[in-house]
Design a binder for this molecule. Structure first.
Ligand SMILES: C[S@@+](CC[C@H](N)C(=O)[O-])C[C@H]1O[C@@H](n2cnc3c(N)ncnc32)[C@H](O)[C@@H]1O
Length: 281
């Protein structure tokens, strides 16, 4: 396999067990953005669609349903553990027109012009060389084929990540290691102008970048699910990884307290914001 993103491959393979264990929690924050991007593909029966950074494959299975009968969804992910989980999910769900490959979307030979559409839910922000990656993705599409993806807006517009992260910082007194501007990471595509420029330079046309601000409403009784998600993935998880035995429970307690502090009318409301992007090859 051609891999240009070795560091991300290692990172995601190590994170995979925690990510997979948190799936129901990540769906809570990412499902509607993924659906909005999927809607923009206007898929029809018989088409071939690529799911970039497919994770455990829930979106690939949904795409497979949209192109049936006669079509195929191909999920690619740089982390073998994700691909194994996705393959297992497809088998368990009896979905025969979804296949999965371990592949780096930046470098893999994706068989030129073989896809009618390409999709990603939060899987395109982790490229070391985004121009090369989006050029490779464009080459995988037939002329006129459609790319649609969701990527996060900035951290401050995403209180569901910011509030737990700030609570962890209040205990550790330091920022968790963050990627620099434009470096691979959840916020590398948080600038709509940069997204448009990247896609135009990669040969895409008819580019539309739509901001989608949302509010996540979590009933008080389910706050623990965000505490768990934060403890497994992202800045809080990173703080916990390096915390000593005395500090770790204080971090978790600070996250819980920060969320409880925001409860009003028995629920907590947190912003979540992404860009939903559509372009043509
Ligand atoms: C935030 S997760 C999203 C997973 C899935 N799309 C979802 O919404 O649940 C990002 C995924 O992208 C994958 N990924 C990161 N860099 C990649 C690359 N260069 N090529 C293919 N997959 C990549 C990761 O392994 C991870 O599974």
């Amino acid at each position: 396999m051609a891999v240009a993103n070795e560091a991300q491959s290692v990172f995601w393979e190590e994170l995979a067990p925690a990510w997979l264990a948190s799936e129901s929690h990540t769906e809570m924050v990412s499902a509607s953005f993924g659906r909005a991007a999927m809607d923009r593909l206007d898929l029809r029966a018989g088409q071939r669609v690529l799911d970039i950074g497919c994770g455990s494959g829930s979106t690939t299975l949904a795409l497979a349903g949209l192109v049936a009968p006669g079509g195929e969804a191909v999920g690619i992910d740089i982390a073998p553990a994700m691909v194994t989980a996705a393959t297992d999910h497809a088998k368990a769900a009896g979905v025969a027109n979804a296949t999965f490959l371990v592949a780096d979307a930046q470098a893999a030979d994706l068989s030129a012009s073989s896809f009618d559409a390409a999709f990603s839910r939060f899987g395109v922000m982790f490229f070391a060389d985004p121009p090369a990656a989006f050029t490779n993705i464009r080459a995988a599409l037939r002329p006129g084929g459609t790319l649609a993806f969701a990527c996060w807006s900035n951290l401050f517009a995403n209180e569901w990540m910011f509030v737990p992260g700030a609570a962890a910082m209040s205990v550790t007194g330091s920022l968790p290691p963050m990627p620099g501007p434009g470096e691979p990471g959840p916020f590398s595509l948080d600038d709509p102008d940069r997204i448009e420029l990247l896609l135009r330079d990669a040969g895409f046309v008819d580019i539309d970048v739509t901001a989608q601000p949302e509010t996540i409403v979590i009933p008080r009784a389910e706050i623990e699910s965000l505490v768990v998600l934060s403890s497994r993935v992202g800045a809080v998880a990173e703080a916990l990884r390096t915390a000593d035995a005395a500090t770790a429970p204080r971090i978790v307690e600070a996250v819980r307290a920060a969320l409880l502090e925001r409860v009003e009318d028995d629920e907590v409301r947190l912003s979540a914001a992404a860009f939903v992007v559509r372009a043509h090859a």
